[in-house]
Design a protein around this ligand. Structure first.
Ligand code: KG4
Ligand code: ZN
Length: 357
């Protein structure tokens, strides 16, 4: 029998296993940026292993992720990450029901490594291949964190490439409520960290520095956007850059901690109120957060406080599940394979660097 026919049957078998309450194991691969990660996820919500090889130390020298360097390092370590992941989960490839992989969005060469590795594994073991949208994976990290979580809920997606308020309608569909009109919040954190001299990776460095500072600088004024669910980060980013230039021209010292703290306050505050308003308007009692910036300590604190004040339940992934990781890809793949019969599970998938949500 051809591979195509075999995997069609296997997908049906997986769906039957789910109906009968039998365990389903997914091996999930993530290589969209500078983390090579492979996880084994049981029944979409239980993480048996989540090995992550981070390249942060390598890219720090260059002040940011160098795509070519990222691809080479994925190639160098992916086999080892697979071995460790199977070892930690205490399973072999023969125990796996399906392979999942991030196919976008991300760096083209980096995605190529993961996608081709996944294709090789799927073909050699006659397993279905589930192609996963990276940002949907970030959202699904919440199902691992909160085993009781079920749609519908409001989800704030905050990453290096996305800033959006979504209504998660069901496991496959969502409605866009608001988004950034220009830069993503993570991009703004990274840019501000660079211009203020904190370097890469920007988000965590601003977060840490902000703890030493005070919110005593005001970069953005109230705008018409306040009444909508949309946000804009280019104005805030430019205001910080202009402030720094002015200080430099006047030979005045800069308090980096205050700049970090004030920027972080304004970047986060403009989102939190909108998320609460969205939950009320759509009459939803649960709020979730997803993406790298969901690791931000001030965002977590502020959102927790406001959700509590408004009687809303808040869920966000642990720090390790906020960064890029294979487990979230496994959780999303499970939702795809179980809920949607028309999911793409063959070998025709190719990386899509600009894949939309
Ligand atoms: O979700 P992610 O891996 O990016 C995409 O998938 O696009 O998130 C990376 C982004 C970076 O911009 C990084 O600076 C930011 O998340 N980030 C943070 C923190 N940790 C990571 N931003 C603010 N505070 C943090 N603690
Ligand atoms: Zn990500």
């Amino acid at each position: 029998m051809e591979y195509q026919e075999i995997v069609k049957q296997k997908v049906k078998e997986i769906q039957k296993k789910v109906q009968n309450g039998q365990d389903v194991l997914i091996l999930a691969i993530e290589s969209s940026c500078d983390e090579t990660s492979i996880a084994v996820v049981k029944n979409g919500r239980e993480v048996l292993s989540n090995e992550i090889a981070s390249q942060i130390d390598i890219h720090t020298r260059f002040g940011g992720v160098v795509p070519e360097v990222a691809s080479r390092n994925h190639i160098l370590c992916i086999n080892n990450v697979l071995k460790k992941s199977l070892q930690t989960a205490n399973v072999s490839l023969d125990d796996i029901d399906a392979v999942a992989v991030t196919y976008g969005a991300g760096l083209s060469g980096a995605l190529m490594v993961g996608v081709n590795f996944a294709k090789g594994l799927a073909l050699s073991k006659n397993l279905p291949l589930v192609a996963v949208n990276h940002i949907k994976g970030h959202i699904s990290a919440n199902y691992i964190q909160n085993k009781e979580l079920k749609p519908p809920f409001i989800c704030l997606v905050v990453s290096g490439g996305h800033t959006a308020i979504l209504k998660i309608d069901d496991y496959m569909h969502h409605t866009l409520i608001g988004q950034t009109l220009d830069d993503a919040i993570g991009e703004a954190f990274d840019k501000v960290a660079r211009v203020v001299g904190l370097g890469y990776p920007g988000g965590p460095k601003i977060d840490k520095e902000a703890k030493k500072g005070e919110y005593n600088l005001h970069f953005v004024k109230k705008s018409d956007l306040d009444k909508t669910y949309n946000v804009s980060y280019s104005g805030l980013k430019t205001a910080v850059i202009n402030y720094l230039h002015q200080k430099e021209q006047n030979h005045e010292a800069i308090n980096v901690a205050d700049v970090a703290c004030s920027f972080q306050h304004e970047a986060v505050d403009m989102l939190v109120d909108k998320v609460i308003r969205a939950a009320k308007e759509y009459d939803l009692k649960t709020v979730a957060m997803a993406g790298g910036v969901a690791a931000n300590s001030y965002l977590r604190e502020e959102m927790s406080k406001k959700c509590l004040q408004n009687g809303l339940e808040l869920t966000y992934p642990s720090l390790i599940l906020c960064t890029d990781n294979g487990a979230m890809i496994g959780a999303e793949a499970y939702n795809n394979i179980v809920v949607d019969n028309n999911v793409c599970y063959d070998l025709t998938v190719s990386p899509n660097p600009s894949l939309k949500l």
